[in-house]
Write a protein that binds this ligand. Sequence first.
Ligand code: GLA
Length: 322
Amino acid sequence: MKIKDLLGCKFGVAINEDVIKNHKNLIVNEFNSVTFENALKFNYRIKENLDYDFKEADKLYEFAVKNNLSVRGHCLVWHVGFPQKILGNLSRDELLNEIRRYTRSVAKRYPSIYAWDVVNEIYSMAEKGLRKTPFSEIIGEDYIEECFKIAREELGNKVELYYNEEDEWFMPKIKGIIKTAKRLVKKKVPIDGIGLQCHISCYEDVSNYRYLLENIKKLGLKCQITEMEVSVYDWTDGNYKVCPQEVLDKQAKVYLEMFKLFEDYKDTINLINFWSVSDGCTWRDNWPVINRKDWPTLFDEEDNPKKAYNQIVNYLAQKEQV
Ligand code: GLA
């Protein structure tokens, strides 16, 4: 039995060109949805002549369509990598127009994308509120509302629109996310749901997530788990040459608790997406500590299912029988 066949929602992973070359079987056999790691980020695609570089995205999209994988879009508006030289001197209307032009292009070129992150990481703990970004500076405080409106107009009603957020594992941030989501709903912004990145560790307090999911549900919004992994480290502490079994057991426990929680909210969550395909290929080997091996996924370095995977399968299979 496989997780993707037992879950009541989509099961996805982030891909790039190397990943589809080296881990094709794992992706095709174990997942039914993909998102592109960097290949559709607006900031990274726009060139100095205002043309777009869709070379990698075209290949990834073709791979997804050929293998019957759903595609999730990530992301339209993000502060990281803002191309100052290209967009920094535009007026409010010009920048909004550039966002519209990009959204229209991806809608036309990749018509089967079923959901988009319209905004990514907009709430800042340091600023105790909405993050100041080149987008907010140029467009103004209403940039989030404006971008959702543009996304709805250009992508249509069938594509789900998300506010995707990071660091959603501790209460002060969770409160900030809920406050932001409430504000958007109250303003009747055309938003469908909240994306939770879920870059967590095996030291996480899962009950915080329950509180967040309950509030997302109360607001009548959907939720997607967008970039999941469970690091074996408590942030920058520790550095294993080989991961001790007791740590992998701890990781399996947190994975199981999280998937149990996701099942409790299966009417709200419609995707669980991973940010690395297996322990053999993970960006967490270089974050938050450079050159430190991590084992954060459900598959080992040879792409085989780990204890965490098997426990989730057993739990979901048992649940199905009841
Ligand atoms: C954030 C972004 C992702 C990715 C990761 C790090 O979570 O949303 O697109 O860049 O950081 O790889």
